[in-house]
Design a protein around this ligand. Structure first.
Ligand SMILES: Cc1cc2nc3c(=O)[nH]c(=O)nc-3n(C[C@H](O)[C@H](O)[C@H](O)COP(=O)(O)OP(=O)(O)OC[C@H]3O[C@@H](n4cnc5c(N)ncnc54)[C@H](O)[C@@H]3O)c2cc1C
Length: 494
């Protein structure tokens, strides 16, 4: 049996950060990846690449990317202070996020980004999204002035290169199946490798193998009826293995097991994501739309917030609608503001010159009810308030349910366009309970399980109900590094 100091299960962002941290402390490290090389890297490879970390000003950003003095001076880079990050995370999770995990995530986010850069992570200014020229000056308005060069795919690629350079072994097509456990401590894993049963011995095991979003049976079991019908936005390999293996030896489940990150997603997207087309199915411009269901009615406040704070919960609202679909309806006034994916390939779209013609083209929608909804909505828009897509403009509706709280525009300028969406699940919130200082998994009595650590989406307790955009990768880095450090430090104590 091959023997390592540290065995990391998975090869996404959290796993790579854990492996690199443990290796930097001198441990021998092997990563087991269920996928083949081409499909490896988990959801991390699908990530658009925005990351939510604390920064106070452009000087902090210059520690992560090379900006010239001219570039630094030419934009309002805003900030994401510790307080702002706390406010965002606590508000979207309805104050349920674990205080210790969230404090760790927030306070370690910036130093961990500096560490990530030292491991090969590359950032660049995020001029394409959530940024605009306002009064002749560039302004960022989503707390994401930087994004990863090459997105999540680029990050996994560079971290994999760093891992290879540092002598970390990676076994592909090797799916961990169960933990080797003597009743007191974890001693390795049993795995299926190219169809054969193999075992790996280890002094510590780090589970960084995602949640259960790609498992329709678990989704139905934990998220509820209907969730088997959601499309999977990312990897097909995260089916809850890490959670099952740990629960089987008495690990403590934690967090929002019926919660998930799920978005409005191209209506006819494939069952799972494809890395090379990972952006195609995005439909994140709904705050500029009205969203209509089969009954011809609106069902959410499309403009409650910037999409960063609502997109992860509105997918579930779409799933609840008859037929699990909705149409996002826009008129010509806002068309140029839509994200580029709306002009891409494989888009379910209808265009019309009148609202009546559009109603007849909205497949599955009650046409009369739709026209009534639009008439009432148009009459309710407070047009005296100026429209400004680069700020929460307060241009709202009055007297209709649900309201639209920002960016409300009457639908009155042809051509009208509508885009069909369904629900795409990103990841699940339930996971294992860990010690926030070491990443060690605890048992049902809250005692640490010797030899077992976890990171990334395998950890529960951070996200409840909703999620502030850009936090998944940061969480994987922070808790991946903590688990790698913790596992390597534990070896010295053995
Ligand atoms: C389309 C999309 C866009 C996103 N955009 C962003 C973004 O811009 N910013 C952001 O912060 N987050 C984003 N996210 C979320 C982010 O990608 C995840 O939160 C993050 O990548 C999770 O990292 P992870 O390492 O925990 O899991 P993953 O990256 O999913 O890695 C899990 C790994 O475990 C492996 N695995 C699973 N089971 C086994 C097993 N039994 N044995 C061995 N290996 C196994 C998988 O193959 C994979 O390698 C996005 C997600 C998607 C799907």
């Amino acid at each position: 049996m091959q023997q390592y100091d540290v065995l990391v299960i998975g090869k996404g962002n959290a796993a790579l950060c854990a492996a690199l941290a443990a290796r930097d402390k001198g441990a021998s490290v092997c990563m087991l990846e269920a996928a083949n090389v081409d499909e490896s890297g988990g959801n991390s490879r699908f990530a658009g690449g925005v990351m939510r970390f604390v920064y106070n000003n452009v000087d902090d950003l210059r520690k992560l990317t090379d900006l010239t003095d001219e570039e630094a001076a030419a934009a309002d880079w805003e900030s994401n202070t510790i307080e702002q990050f706390y406010d965002d995370l606590y508000q979207v999770t309805s104050y349920r996020t674990d205080p210790s995990l969230s404090e760790t995530l927030i306070t370690k986010s910036f130093p961990t980004m500096v560490w990530l850069r030292s491991q090969g992570g590359r950032f660049e200014p995020n001029y394409r999204h959530q940024s605009a020229i306002v009064n002749g000056r560039r302004k960022f308005f989503g707390r994401f002035p930087l994004h990863l060069t090459g997105g999540g795919d680029g990050l996994v690629h560079t971290l994999t290169e760093t891992a290879a350079r540092k002598g970390i072994d990676i076994a592909y097509e090797t799916r961990a199946v169960s933990l080797i456990y003597d009743g007191e401590r974890v001693l390795g894993v049993n795995a299926k490798q190219h169809g054969k049963a193999v075992s790996y011995g280890a002094r510590t095991v780090i589970l960084a193998c995602g949640g259960f979003e790609a498992n329709p049976e678990w989704r139905t079991r934990y998220l509820g009826p209907g969730w088997e019908l959601a499309k999977v936005r990312g990897s097909r390999f995260n089916v809850g293995d890490g959670l099952r293996m740990a629960l089987d030896i008495g690990a403590c489940p934690y967090g929002n097991w019926s919660g998930r990150h799920a978005v409005s997603w191209e209506m006819h997207a494939p069952e799972f994501g494809e890395v090379s087309k990972s952006h195609e199915p995005y439909r994140h411009s709904y705050p500029l739309s009205i969203m209509i269901n089969a009954e011809g009615k609106r069902f959410v406040d499309e403009g409650a917030e910037f999409y960063n704070y609502t997109y992860a919960k509105y997918g579930a609202e779409v799933l609840k609608q008859t037929g699990q679909f909705a149409w996002q309806v826009f008129d010509a006034k806002v068309r140029k503001l839509l994200r580029p994916e709306y002009d891409g390939r494989n888009v379910t779209r209808v265009v019309a010159n009148t609202l009546e013609e559009l109603a007849s083209k909205l497949e599955g929608v009650h046409a009369e009810a739709f026209l009534k909804t639009v008439r009432e909505y148009n009459a309710a828009v407070q047009t005296q308030i100026p429209f400004n897509h680069a700020a929460k403009d307060g241009r709202r509706t009055n007297g209709i349910e649900p309201p639209k709280s920002n960016w409300a525009n009457p639908l009155d300028t042809p051509p009208y366009e509508a885009f069909g969406v369904t629900c795409g699940i990103t990841f699940t919130f339930g996971g294992l309970r860990i010690n926030h200082e070491t990443g060690q998994v605890v048992d049902l009595n809250f005692h640490p399980i010797p030899g077992l650590y976890a990171a990334g989406e395998t950890v529960g307790g951070i996200f409840y109900f909703n999620y502030p955009a850009g936090t998944g990768l940061v969480s994987g880095c922070v808790f991946g590094k903590i688990a790698g450090d913790g596992a390597a430090d534990a070896l010295k104590a053995q």
